[in-house]
Write a protein that binds this ligand. Structure first.
Ligand code: SF4
Length: 388
């Protein structure tokens, strides 16, 4: 039976009238901010002041902006720092070191971000779309489909929220800063290319124009949208590329990652190797280990055959099963063997740290438990009372 695949780059038709996401400072490059301030009848240097409040002090509270004229603070915040995301719920695990936040957008869409604190770093995992159009069958986000792309500022807002919580000492371990960003939340980042790139610029622009996080500390994941990988290669950025491969053979990958019917394993890896050659950066290959589906020894050997000698690192991720899924994580013995077969061929490989496994996983999985229709948060999570 032939299956017609929807265009993976298409944004779905609007259901009813969509309300555009309000404009925000973080959507604008520094020059555009100055123009926006001029249009509001304000001096251009206010752009720098507002940027300092948002990207450095992580505040949108007019009362805290004492360097701005009292008469114009509220209007400036309303015009350029509107609240885009409202926290709905927070889930905490790993003794408070991992915090997942469920957010509601201005139009009611739900998205999630995760802050993971480690001894030497703090990583924010952000969503790039509300839902996802890639339809990977093991992922609840994919089952629900794509609602809409997030704006650059909605993506940045997830990072700023984590930065604020860390800076204010609201995360166990004392005050800190966000050091790493991974685009592995809901959505396929390269299907929302323009907003994701704009967000990367805001995240990596030096303070106060942006958050001042190193490009090398940003990871963009993709299921393999080859033209977008090639476009990213041409940007000349130093961000890390992560390819969610999940199978070395087209037959299985066509099933696990339906976009593979359009861009095959060889094409995806070809684009990834060109990215590695252009940037000098190791490509991450993400591989969710699914019991008796893609974790056979012969598939490990086939994967090793594709990757040996390449600038690559493999992350093996025990599948975080979604409620009602027929798939589950591989047995520990299968995982060890899979890992060993890659390591034996000289391929750097890590079984992803299982901390936060209740709320972390392959791209999009973090959003699954609370968003699947009728689902509830896993029992292992404590739902914090901090957010109503
Ligand atoms: S696994 Fe990632 S790309 Fe696939 S449907 Fe889920 S969010 Fe989308």
């Amino acid at each position: 039976m032939s299956v017609s695949l929807p265009d993976p780059l298409a944004v779905p038709p609007a259901r009813g009238r969509r309300v555009p996401v309000p404009r925000h400072l973080a959507d604008l490059a520094p020059d555009d901010r100055r123009r926006a301030l001029a249009e509001l009848g304000e001096p251009a240097y206010r752009a720098q002041q507002l940027s300092q409040h948002y990207f450095v002090r992580h505040t949108t509270d007019p009362a805290a902006m004492t360097d701005l004229p009292a008469a114009s603070r509220a209007a400036l915040v309303e015009a350029l720092l509107p609240q885009l995301l409202t926290p709905v719920r927070e889930a905490v695990c790993d003794n408070g070191d991992t915090i997942k936040t469920l957010w509601r957008g201005h139009d009611g869409v739900l998205i999630e971000s995760v802050l993971m604190r480690y001894p030497q770093r703090a990583t924010m995992c952000v969503s790039s779309q509300a839902g996802c159009g890639m339809a990977c069958p093991f992922c609840a986000t994919g089952q629900a489909g794509l609602t809409r792309n997030l704006s650059a500022a909605e993506i940045v807002a997830q990072v700023v929220a984590g930065a604020r919580a860390l800076a204010r000492g609201q995360v166990p371990g004392g005050p800190g800063r966000v050091s790493n960003i991974v685009f592995m939340g809901m959505g396929e980042p390269l299907a929302n290319y323009a907003s994701v790139l704009r967000a990367v610029r805001r995240i990596t622009d030096p303070v106060p124009d942006g958050l001042g996080i190193s490009q090398r500390s940003v990871t963009i994941s993709t299921v393999g949208l080859v033209p977008a990988i090639r476009r990213l290669t041409a940007e000349g950025l130093q961000v890390r590329l992560a390819v969610s491969l999940h199978a070395p053979d087209d037959k299985l990958r066509d099933e696990l990652v339906p976009v593979n019917r359009r861009w095959k394993v060889a094409e995806v890896l070809g684009a990834a190797w060109d990215y590695a050659a252009a940037t000098g950066r190791r490509v991450s290959v993400e591989y969710a280990l699914i019991k008796d589906v893609n974790d056979q020894a012969w598939r490990a050997d086939a994967l090793a055959g594709l990757l040996a000698g390449r600038l690559v690192h493999v992350n093996l991720i025990p599948l975080n099963p979604t409620p009602g899924s027929r798939w589950t994580a591989s047995e520990p013995g299968s995982m060890r063997e899979f890992e060993a077969r890659l390591a034996d061929r000289g391929i750097p490989v890590t079984v992803r740290d299982t901390r936060g496994s209740q709320i972390d996983g392959a791209c999009g999985q973090l959003a699954a438990p609370s968003l699947a229709p009728g689902a509830r948060a896993p029992d292992t999570l404590q739902i914090s009372a901090r957010v109503p």
